[in-house]
Design a protein around this ligand. Structure first.
Ligand code: SAH
Length: 236
């Protein structure tokens, strides 16, 4: 390599460096978000590239009340009002990886909350239907998702215990509030070959459950670790 070639590289490197510096200055949360993905999510073993890409691309801080935004990328859940929480980033990534929706698939989420998990799902699946029982949360999540351009998400206010029969069957169902047992309507609305991921059990004793429905309609069930979610409301 000639000395001339070596010198020719230096300005390119400098330009690349200053572009990075400019990007970070323009979007300081980008640095925090990158750290969230590498340390909390990749660092704990999440590998699905589509999940990692969505976690990198989604402005989590915009799904959180303004007064808590500085904690948006921290390693824990945050309150979003009405006894609801936005889940810890790692749990969002883990549940999305367990569900692993395909690009042509339709997904149902129960417990819209802030809309953040729905925004992540929207980048992997074709259609996302999400049900939230608290009217104020359903409205604000729908607004956030619309303003940020997640046009393949439909939010409905209602009791997710009953699923969303009009759009069933779903290739994937993700539940983000914990019932004591998986609602039968959700299993019924799962497509053959589909997968359901849900936290199940009373406070302090919840486990993440993964249910698969085979092509023949048979059900298998496994657990994927302990979790802590707000309880699913269910009118008797
Ligand atoms: N996925 C959300 C986190 C949800 S917290 C996010 O990304 O921010 C759990 C949510 O489930 C709360 O908003 C709560 O109001 C809602 N919820 C509880 N019971 C429900 C039910 N039966 N049907 C629909 N939503 C319910």
């Amino acid at each position: 390599m000639s000395g001339k070639d070596m010198h020719a590289r230096a300005p390119g490197a400098m330009i690349a460096l200053s572009i990075t510096a400019l990007l970070c200055a323009a979007d300081p949360v980008a640095v925090e978000r990158e750290r969230m993905v590498t340390e909390q999510i990749e660092g704990r073993g999440v590998r699905n590239p589509d999940v990692l890409r969505a976690m990198r691309a989604t402005p989590r801080h915009l799904f959180i009340p303004a007064e808590l935004r500085r904690m948006a990328y921290a390693d824990h859940p945050l309150p979003i009002g009405y006894s609801a929480t936005i889940s810890q980033p790692y749990i969002v990534a883990l549940m999305t990886e367990l569900l692993a929706p395909g690009k042509q698939q339709s997904v149902l989420e129960i417990g819209t909350g802030s809309g953040y998990q729905a925004a992540i799902l929207a980048q992997l699946a074709a259609q996302v239907y999400t049900v939230e029982i608290v009217p104020e949360l359903a409205q604000s999540a729908a607004r956030t998702l619309r303003e940020l351009g997640y046009s393949n998400v439909t939010v409905r206010q209602g009791d997710g215990y009953k699923g969303w029969p009009e759009h069933a069957p779903f290739d994937g169902i993700l539940v983000t509030a914990a019932p004591l047992e998986i609602p039968p309507a959700l299993i019924a609305q799962l497509a053959k070959g589909g997968r359901l991921v849900a936290p199940v059990g009373p406070m302090g004793e919840q486990e993440l459950i993964v249910i698969e429905k085979s092509a023949g309609g048979g059900i298998t069930r496994r657990t994927a670790g302990a979790v802590a979610f707000v309880p699913m409301k269910h009118a008797p």
